[in-house]
Structures are given as C-alpha cells and as structure tokens.
Design a protein around this ligand. Structure first.
Ligand code: SF4
Length: 459
C-alpha cells in the first residue's frame, strides 16, 4: 500500500536533522525575501536557531549573505568616456558578443581582462591555421596561373602538403612538430584541408562566381571603407573587420556578390539569431559591400572545414560514399531565393537539391521551398535594414554604460558554457534578477514580419 511520491517538481521540505533543516531554513528565508509564501513552521524553526547559541552567529552571517547581489551597476558617464570616448571603434563579432551577454563584453573589451596565457600546444588554433592554408592555396593558384577546373585531387594534395610543410619549417611558433601526437595532427590537417579544397573548388567552377578576394578587410587600409554610423548626441560607431572570401559574378543585369565564411565547426544562418543580434556579421558585410560598390546580393554562406565521415547501414559503392561526403560539404547559409540566382550559384542544377548551395528546384523549374534556405530580394533588404537598426541599438547600449549580466538562452544553449568570466559574474539563474534572455523560435516568415513591423514603427 506504499504510495510513491516525488518532490522533483514541487519541493517538499522535511525536518530531518539540524544541518539539512538549517539549509532549508535559508532557502525559505530567501523565498520570503522574494515575496513568496512559506509555511508557518519556518518562523518557529527560525526562532529555534536564533535561540541556539551554537547556531546564532552562523545564522546572522548567512542573513547578511542573503543581501548579496551580483548585479552590476550601470557605468558612470566619466568611466564610459574613459573607456570608449565619443566614438565606439569595434567589430561586428564584438557587437555580437555584447548580445551574447553584455557583462562578458564589458569584461573582455571594456576592462580587457584576459586569462593568463600558457604556452601549450593545445592552444594551437587549427581554425586559423586552416584559413591561412586555404588563402595561400588560392594565392599560389593565381601566381602559377593554374586553372581551378583542371586541378586533379593529387595535385591539390601536393600543393597543400608543400604549403603546410613550408609554414611549419619557417615559423618557429609551430612547436607541434616534435611529438608523434602532433605529427598525427599535421597529417589530419593536410587531409582535411585537401578534402575541403576539392569541394570549395567545385563551388567555384560549377557557378558563375569567381573569387574577388580572400581575407578582405574593412578599415582604413582595407579594400573597403570602415562602416561608420552616426548615433545620437554626436556619437559614432566605426566598424572594422575581415571577410574570409568574397565572390562576384558579372551577369547581364549587373554584378552579384556572395560572401563565404570558413568555419571549423558546423554553422548555419538562423533568422531568430539574426533578429536577436547574435548573427549579423555576414549580412552586415554583404550590405556594406553592395552599397560601396553598387552590387546586388546573391547570398551569404558558411563552408565547414570539418573532416566528413559518413555512416552506412550496408555496403555502399565508392560513388555513393563520394555523393554523401559531397552533400556533407554543401555550403550552408542564406541564398536570395530567385531561380536565376540559384542557378548562378550552381549552374549544374536543373531540378532537385543543389550539391553546392542550400537551394533546390522543382521539376517544373520553380524554387523548391523545403530544400531552399532563402529569402526574396525584398526580404533580404528588410534583413539588411534591420541589421543597421541592431548595430545602432547595441552601440547605444554600450555607450550608455549598460553592462547587465544577461546571457541569452536558445533551447538550453547559453554563452555561459564556455565563458571564461564565470567566476567573476557569479551568474546563477536561481538568484533574484539573474535571468536568461530567451531567444524565440519563430518561423522565418514570422521573423521577417516582426522585423519589418519594427522598422515600420521606427519610420
Ligand atoms: S558566465 Fe554567462 S552570465 Fe557570466 S559573464 Fe559569462 S556569459 Fe555572462
């Protein structure tokens, strides 16, 4: 006749022994401070500990502790001026960082707090290393006037091998040549970069696009002017940055642009994150170049530099493996959903899903909505306008001294997971006013409607 009970959802307090009951008393006092109702028994228990000479001192100390708050104050005007002056010079990734959590932005870029650097081999940044190799590969191809379409797999491997070996010999910072573990890492890097390059080349030769530049900079000495926006009270924000690769295509109706970002992880564009200001980099750069050069946008893409392995339930042929891997290397991102633009990005596509970009066409030659991660040119324009509003909003918040501990939470994913400032902020969602900023999960259409409404209200 025993009845099973659980206090997982609704905590039930039990008076068990002095130590546990004392902890529960503190929890109840905290609840009371948050104006929650508690059972009457806890008033008696409080009297009990208060009158007990062994517990009285600890109780007083802990009651003082309950007054503690980790919430930061807004910065004072004179300190804001010392930190940023009247012009905020920044990058889009820093503004995105502010939207990740304003307090971590303040610690990293305001106070410039850094973890003590240790010279460790595992600090080697494979992501930037692979970027460099890819850039040097295209430089070499240019110098040697090689035709991308004619490059054989073995030739790509040889060029990559030479570039990596030269780099390791010339740069003494690459201390990882010494051990077997790192020889293995070098072999893996050669394999991943060669494999990636094979598919990067396909995205160029089977499209109307050609590479216009790699590691392209926005800034005083860059190819493009920095992005400067005027805020209120004579304040300004100046944005500098770098783009991994820009491609252009000359068509009858004008010039088109697409931006490619190499990632050493798998990344896609989620308009909910764009709306929240967490993913605005590629769209901002696209807009800035389009305006500076009078070009039309065709899309923004991520190319993942990850070694792709495929599982198979049954024995499959070499061709099938190749198809699966090619699919895994397909660029992710956002395309301008127009049949002409899709075909410019993949000129082998007549119907079905593209092997190169996130788009597909029906048998009738119209856009296949399910296979296409895209927006119309009008919607792309709304995204671009909204991003400028976001940049201005974030900059104003920074320059107003707002440094809230307010990390985002997207379906359980938060920036706190890998944040090096955890020990400083002491964020705990159970503390009063320690709250996540939850990111909505809206459909793409709903995000665009919301953005256009907000822009409309502004106008
Ligand atoms: S741990 Fe979380 S709340 Fe604390 S600074 Fe980092 S991101 Fe912000």
């Amino acid at each position: 006749m025993l009845e099973e009970k659980s206090d997982v959802i609704e905590k039930e307090y039990e008076i068990v022994n002095k130590k546990i009951t004392y902890e529960e008393l503190l929890e109840n006092i905290a609840k009371l401070k948050n104006k929650e109702k508690i059972e009457n028994i806890w008033y008696l228990i409080y009297q009990y500990y208060k009158n007990d000479s062994n517990w009285n001192k600890k109780l007083n100390q802990d009651l003082e502790g309950l007054k503690y708050t980790n919430l930061p104050q807004k910065l004072e005007q004179r300190n804001i001026e010392k930190l940023y002056g009247n012009k905020l010079t920044t990058s889009i990734s820093r503004l995105e960082k502010y939207r990740n959590c304003p307090f971590s932005y303040y610690l990293q870029y305001g106070l410039k707090l850094k973890e003590k650097e240790k010279l460790q081999v595992h600090n080697f940044d494979t992501g930037s290393f692979m970027h460099e190799i890819i850039d040097e590969f295209f430089e070499y191809v240019n110098q040697e006037k090689l035709e991308l379409a004619e490059l054989e797999k073995e030739q790509i491997e040889k060029i990559v091998e030479n570039i990596i070996d030269n780099k390791l010999t010339l740069n003494k910072n690459y201390i990882f040549k010494a051990t077997e573990k790192y020889k293995l890492l070098v072999r893996r890097l050669k394999r991943v970069v060669s494999q990636s390059l094979k598919y990067i080349i396909e995205t160029i030769i089977y499209s109307d696009f050609s590479i216009e530049g790699t590691e392209v900079e926005f800034g005083e000495n860059g190819k493009y002017e920095p992005i400067i926006l005027n805020l209120e009270d004579g304040k300004k924000v100046e944005i500098k940055g770098k783009i991994d690769r820009i491609d252009t295509a000359n068509e009858e109706d004008g010039k088109y642009l697409r931006i490619i970002d190499y990632k050493s992880s798998s990344r896609n564009i989620d308009l909910n994150e764009v709306y929240a200001g967490l993913q605005i980099q590629l769209l901002t750069y696209t807009d800035a170049i389009c305006k500076q050069e009078d070009i039309m946008p065709a899309g923004v893409f991520y190319f993942s530099l990850l070694e792709q392995m495929e599982k198979a339930e049954k024995r499959i042929s070499e061709e099938e493996i190749e198809e699966k891997i090619r699919k895994a290397f397909r660029m992710k991102g956002l395309i301008v959903a127009d049949v002409k633009i899709i075909k410019m990005n993949d000129n082998t596509l007549n119907s079905g899903s593209s092997k190169l970009v996130p788009a597909g066409l029906t048998k009738a030659g119209t856009i296949h909505k399910k296979w296409t991660n895209g927006v119309s040119s009008e919607e792309f324009k709304i995204l671009q306008d909204y991003i400028y509003k976001t940049i201005k909003d974030i900059s104003k918040e920074i320059l107003s001294g707002k440094i809230d501990i307010n990390p985002y939470n997207k379906s359980g994913k938060t920036p706190c997971e890998y944040c090096e400032y955890k020990a400083i902020c002491g964020f705990n969602p159970r503390y009063k006013n320690n709250k996540y900023r939850f990111i909505d999960k809206m459909s793409q259409d709903d995000v665009i409607i919301k953005m256009s409404k907000e822009l409309g209200c502004k106008k």
